[in-house]
Design a protein around this ligand. Structure first.
Ligand code: FAD
Length: 210
């Protein structure tokens, strides 16, 4: 947490703080001894730096789907996360000009499929420009009518609960109406879930020791 003055003192004085806002430059070293030297690279918060640094935050990969006027629609989404357990809420972020977002607003619901490690090609197909094709994909449908990818690890069906501005994206919050695991618990198998790290699809190697 950069709001912790003890941590702020360790950041390098490379980024000019906004005039009305204290920044790393203002942080006086705290503690008894000198702060350890900074090792790394401090970057200005531009899109390239955001991609570079946030790309180190490893995520799972989902395909979010909905029913559009023209039929099923979906997109690969790694900004998915759970928000609240009770009530059950999730969120993800979509570009403001997204056709999937338009469909979700119209039908008021969507489904999330959590992808398995073997579904890299599916992730790339649903990230490509143009409307994705569901041909040849094994799908299930539930109450939302949106397809769930049967070869995924798990799924959630949601009602659109809220939508918030988020810069060049919109933050979509869903109230979970149904959810489950798929297959024989693929996440626990050797393949595990599909992951996204530094712009590349990957699979988990092994769990860390606790
Ligand atoms: C691992 C991974 C994770 C991702 N996570 C996210 C995420 O969390 N959030 C996110 O928003 N995206 C994410 N993406 C990108 C996303 O999957 C793709 O951009 C996908 O096409 C979005 O579909 P859409 O329906 O939301 O947007 P689309 O409506 O398909 O729009 C996507 C882009 O295409 C343009 N476009 C729209 N229609 C056309 C057309 N007819 N011809 C040409 N261009 C057009 C739009 O202006 C926009 O720039 C991710 C991609 C990958 C690989």
């Amino acid at each position: 947490m950069t709001s912790d003055p003890g941590v702020r003192a360790l950041l390098p004085p490379l980024l000019a703080p906004a005039p009305d806002r204290p920044g790393p430059r203002d942080g006086a070293p705290l503690g008894d001894g000198p702060a350890p030297p900074f090792r790394g690279e401090a970057l200005a918060p531009d899109p390239a730096a955001m991609r570079r640094v946030c790309g180190h935050f490893t995520t799972g990969v989902t395909v979010v789907t909905a029913v559009a006027d023209e039929g099923w629609i979906g997109a690969t989404v790694n900004s998915f996360t759970s928000v609240s357990l009770d009530p059950a809420l999730v969120l993800f972020c979509l570009r403001h000009d997204s056709r999937l977002l338009t469909a979700i607003r119209t039908c008021g619901q969507f489904a999330v499929s959590i992808l398995a490690a073997g579904q890299g090609p599916v992730a790339m197909d649903f990230a490509a420009k143009g409307l994705p094709s569901f041909d040849g994909l094994a799908c299930l449908t539930g109450a939302t009518g949106a397809p769930v990818l049967r070869d995924g690890v798990g799924y959630l069906e949601c009602k659109l609960a809220d939508e918030y501005p988020g810069g060049d994206h919109r933050i979509v919050v869903g109230a979970v109406t149904a959810l489950g695991l798929l297959g024989d618990g693929a996440a626990a198998g050797p393949g595990g879930p599909l992951t996204f790290y530094r712009g590349r699809l990957a699979r988990l190697d092994k769990e860390c020791e606790r």
